[in-house]
Write a protein that binds this ligand. Sequence first.
Ligand SMILES: [Zn+2]
Length: 76
Amino acid sequence: MMSDVKGDTLKSADIVPVQCPQCSEAQNTIDGILTDTFDTANIGCMVCGYQFDPVEYRRLLAERQLDFASLQLGDM
Ligand SMILES: [Zn+2]
């Protein structure tokens, strides 16, 4: 699990990279202003250039955050 946090504009605690449905890489690019709904940002895949739909991205992100939460609980 990569956890190198760079000091960019994202709140790293809230945002985890989601897996691309096209190439399965979890390396996102985010262009624009990030809001709770992601409607104002273009979120894409760094690897293959896939563009996430905001609704799709929210769903994938929620799943990833659940995964992370269960991983952290499992370590304790
Ligand atoms: Zn991709």
